[in-house]
Design a protein around this ligand. Structure first.
Ligand code: HEC
Length: 229
């Protein structure tokens, strides 16, 4: 078509000019990508400011933190996510009691003390972000971890009975170290929190710590929702 002749000829000239000057073209392209990259890269360094803190969300207790370590060590996050996406069907599925009001999806503030976060990306089992509101019974959680088939017939989740054996204890010193490390990245533990580790984890099994952790998931933000309603 005639009307395209002018722009096409112009474009042809433009293209062949740059094709014949490959080095200059590469340098300019590199600079353009560099500038674009910086605009993409720099803002996330300051992103913590955009996370709205949830006042009821507190750091994990030493026992819960020990449970979180077991969760990571056993790779629970390979089968479970901890992030409810903001879709109606997800909220309906993972907030059956409407403990979080009408917007029961995960908020950034719920993970403000999580290093590293355990959002996960694979859901062989259900999401656990608000597990404390879904299965609040420590007895159920214990029986389930010892043998998932007992509470959930046909479950393909592995059993973890050894976590509840007497000698599966928790090393208080390593939990203390862990807390000190978390303090460096901004988790507000205090000196008395560090001193309480010994009494908090003493005589507990790794399984008990894991159950304490599971029963903490989503608890704090549910408290906030209660006070708002
Ligand atoms: C091979 C994948 C797999 C692994 C690994 C796994 N799970 Fe599961 N999990 C499942 C499946 C599937 C279900 C659903 C059936 C059931 O309730 O057992 C489930 C269910 C659960 C539930 C009940 C959730 C609910 O609200 O009904 C909890 C809690 C849970 N898992 C915790 C864990 C913990 C803690 C670990 C690590 C020690 C773990 N899972 C490891 C697959 C897995």
């Amino acid at each position: 078509m005639k009307i395209f002749d002018v722009p096409l000829t112009w474009f042809e000239k433009f293209a062949s000019k740059w094709e014949s000057d490959g080095v200059k073209f590469s340098v300019y392209t590199f600079i353009a990508i560099l500038i674009g990259g910086l605009f993409e890269l720099i803002p996330p360094f300051f992103l913590s400011r955009t996370v709205v803190p949830i006042t009821t969300v507190q750091p994990f207790t030493p026992l819960e933190l020990a449970g979180r370590d077991i969760y990571q060590k056993e790779g629970c996050n390979n089968c479970h996510t901890q992030m409810i996406r903001p879709f109606k069907w997800e909220v309906d599925r993972f907030d059956p009691q409407k403990a979080y009001g009408t917007d029961g999806y995960s908020k950034a503030g719920e993970s403000q003390f999580e290093h590293p976060f355990l959002w996960g990306s694979k859901r062989t089992g259900p999401d656990l972000a608000h597990e404390s509101q879904i299965q609040p019974s420590a007895d159920w959680q214990t029986r389930h971890l010892k043998n998932p088939r007992e509470t959930s017939p046909g479950s393909i989740m592995p059993a973890y009975p050894w976590l509840f054996e007497k000698d599966a204890t928790i090393d208080a010193a390593s939990i203390q170290n862990h807390m000190e490390g978390l303090m460096v990245v901004g988790v507000p533990y205090t000196k008395s929190d560090l001193d309480s580790v010994e009494t908090s984890v003493q005589g507990k099994t790794q399984g008990e710590a894991l159950v304490a952790y599971l029963l903490r998931l989503g608890k704090d933000s549910a408290e906030l929702s209660k006070s708002i309603k």
